[in-house]
Design a protein around this ligand. Structure first.
Ligand SMILES: Nc1ncnc2c1ncn2[C@@H]1O[C@H](COP(=O)(O)OP(=O)(O)OP(=O)(O)O)[C@@H](O)[C@H]1O
Length: 636
């Protein structure tokens, strides 16, 4: 395969050169370089690249980047959700994740703060071009060129300038088997992690499965695996069949599980399995169907999508997705009209929470009071597609001694004051739905143990009763305190924290949101449809720290409308209803609210690195930023 057109002698010579160079670059490496790397080096040499003369990284214009993002459409949407999931899984390990289109151009990147600002991380901006012919052997370019997942470790990069990073990338294919993009994870060579390649491959495989089902919506899609418990996981093979009984799409796992048989688009069902297609369809159940392949192996089969075939045969029910559920589901749920979510961090929180609940993972929602945690939880429930109800419970509002009975239910006469007929409890009420444990940090310690036990086995033990009851509940938890800190201080069980925070989403406080003006405008119009804030009033509101977030904002505006029923509010009008400490000129002995505002300004200044950016992001004047920075002694 390697440089087939050349003579064997030339090949040997070039191969020896490449091996020698790789060995010189990486003297510690004992192993022979992988064949994908050697082949890639050969392609780079054929393309006329010279490793001693690196070319500058090419970056497309903003307009081109925007057009490409639009064109990537659904694949990009799915890739962003996967990148967010990956980001959570490998967070903190100093890496960068990227999605690139088929031309090798990075459309989106997610990075650890540390890596993003490092020399290597800053070298992989959105819009940068990573084909082999432009950047030599590298994760994205090489995965796109060879059509397989690859890891390119440090010195295996063709150009020396990338030798301190490691990339692992996987191409994404659509239902027709065409490459439609690629995912990549890059980190410093010396801190690379072994499991990253598997995670990236799994993310790409999941996108491929969703594309297969969506692009063959009118076809029968089945999952196959030798062991029924693996149906519904990423190890299952997927096969789509058209009405003619021929394969119309398949994933790589299906080809692997049916190795030895000619799995191709167009192959007839009967060439793969020992049964006529029509008979198979007639007896196909949601799950638990068995099927013998043409080589005699028995497979468990489950119908994921009946397609048009169900219309002809109403006897084909769709199996319920397993809780590992990496199966196609509706698109991510973003807030509805009337709710404000233009801020990128907020949108990311919504998308991530939706992606997590579709996989049945617990989600921990972190955010200040009134920042919209419950609203986000309601959206996550809607996105999960679970048929049961959404049940919110405020862990701080129920007296500790009654909480166990509230949560797990009780049998009649279990304690003084108990109802005669007993009470089913909130977890039972949330069966097949979602339970939100709001202010979960307030959960009394003994109840934390009971909740942990429930999360482990899904069984309810009603107070005073003996009978266990199995329920299916998606648990979400919300908190305004840092639970990790509470766990370190022994106020919260660390093992419960690990169960609840499989995925953590953070809602930014109102003062850090880039959509603050829209939020204020929306809150005002919800109170009085024809009311309006002047630009000066908006600026004045943006200077306030809003420790109570949306709730405080609404209360302030309601007060302003009481005083000014005409509804046209100027800076002075809103200043008049802000808490007193916010109206005074700042002086020594700052109030808590002022301290909050100062902290917010300092945090944003440290994050963005400039006074102008801080002013723009927080929507306050540069003078205000300077004032707070001076107060905090944060100006050099
Ligand atoms: N993005 C938004 N757009 C418009 N209104 C919002 C938004 N987010 C929250 N709100 C409104 O703000 C109020 C508080 O929201 P929510 O109860 O979800 O906050 P929370 O973080 O759960 O509060 P707490 O910590 O006090 O429980 C609600 O009335 C909600 O409708």
């Amino acid at each position: 395969m390697l440089v087939q057109a050349r003579s064997a002698v030339q090949d040997d010579w070039r191969l020896a050169q490449m091996r020698a160079l790789l060995a010189r670059r990486n003297p510690g490496a004992a192993e022979e370089p992988p064949v994908d790397i050697l082949e890639s080096w050969a392609r780079c040499l054929d393309a006329g690249l010279d490793f001693s003369r690196p070319v500058p990284l090419a970056v497309v214009e903003d307009a081109d980047l925007r057009r490409r993002r639009d064109e990537a459409g659904r694949v990009r949407e799915l890739a962003l959700v996967e990148l967010e999931m990956l980001f959570q899984q490998i967070a903190g390990s100093n890496f960068l994740l990227a999605f690139a289109d088929t031309d090798g151009i990075v459309l989106d990147r997610y990075a650890d703060q540390r890596f993003a600002t490092s020399h290597a991380g800053a070298g992989i901006p959105a819009g940068s071009l990573w084909t082999e012919s432009a950047a030599g052997t590298n994760g994205l370019g090489t995965a796109l060129a060879c059509g397989r997942s690859v890891a390119v470790n440090g010195p295996e990069h063709f150009f020396g300038q990338f030798c301190d990073i490691s990339c692992t990338a996987a191409p994404i294919r659509d239902a027709d088997g065409r490459i439609v993009g690629a995912l990549d994870a890059s980190s410093y060579f010396d801190t690379r992690q072994r499991h990253t390649q598997a995670l990236v491959q799994m993310a790409a495989a999941h996108i491929e499965n969703v594309l297969l089902a969506e692009q063959r919506a009118a076809h029968l899609v089945v999952a196959i695996h030798p062991r029924p418990e693996f149906i519904g996981t990423l190890s299952a093979g997927l096969l789509a069949f058209g009405g003619d009984g021929c394969v119309s799409a398949f994933n790589a796992r299906a080809a692997g599980l049916l190795s030895g048989l000619a799995v191709r688009r167009g192959t007839a069902f009967e060439d793969l399995f020992n049964e006529p297609f029509e008979r198979f369809v007639a007896r196909l159940h949601g799950s638990g169907t068995r099927l013998r392949d043409a080589l005699g192996s028995v497979l468990a089969v489950s119908c994921l999508q009946p397609g048009g075939i169900a219309a002809r045969r109403p006897s084909v029910p769709v199996s319920a997705p397993a809780s590992t559920g990496r199966l196609p589901r509706p698109a991510a749920s973003l807030p509805a009209a009337g709710e404000v979510a233009e801020d990128a961090a907020v949108q990311q929180a919504y998308t991530l929470a939706a992606a997590a609940v579709r996989r049945g993972l617990p989600v921990l929602i972190q955010g200040e009071t009134g920042s919209g945690k419950e609203l986000l939880a309601r959206h996550a429930h809607a996105a999960s597609g679970r048929p049961g109800p959404f049940v919110p419970v405020n862990c701080g509002a129920v007296p500790a001694e009654l909480f166990e009975a509230e949560l797990f239910g009780y049998v009649g006469g279990a304690f003084t004051g108990a109802r005669r007929q007993g009470h089913e409890g909130l977890l039972a009420a949330a069966h097949r739905g979602t339970l939100l444990l709001d202010e979960v940090g307030e959960l009394p310690l003994p109840l934390q143990a009971a909740l942990l036990r429930f999360l482990d086995d899904g069984l309810l033990r009603p107070v005073g009763g003996r009978q266990l009851k199995a329920v299916d509940v998606q648990v979400l938890a919300a908190t305004h305190v840092e639970l990790a800190q509470a766990a370190a201080q022994g106020r919260f069980r660390a093992d419960l924290l690990y169960r609840l925070d499989a995925v953590t989403v953070r809602l930014p406080p109102l003062r850090q949101r880039t959509d603050f003006e829209a939020a204020a405008d929306h809150a005002l119009r919800a109170l009085q449809a024809d009311a309006r804030l002047t630009p000066a009033a908006l600026r004045r509101l943006a200077e306030h720290a809003w420790p109570g977030n949306f709730r405080e904002l609404r209360a302030c505006l309601a007060r302003a409308l009481l005083v000014h029923p005409t509804g046209l509010l100027d800076a002075g009008d809103v200043a008049g209803v802000l808490p007193p400490s916010q109206r005074e000129a700042p002086g020594p002995g700052l109030s808590r609210l002022q301290q909050g505002a100062t902290q917010a300004v300092v945090a944003e200044y440290r994050r963005s690195g400039s006074v102008s950016r801080t002013a723009r992001n927080l929507r306050v004047s540069r003078t205000t930023v300077y004032r707070h920075l001076r107060e905090a002694g944060a100006l050099d």
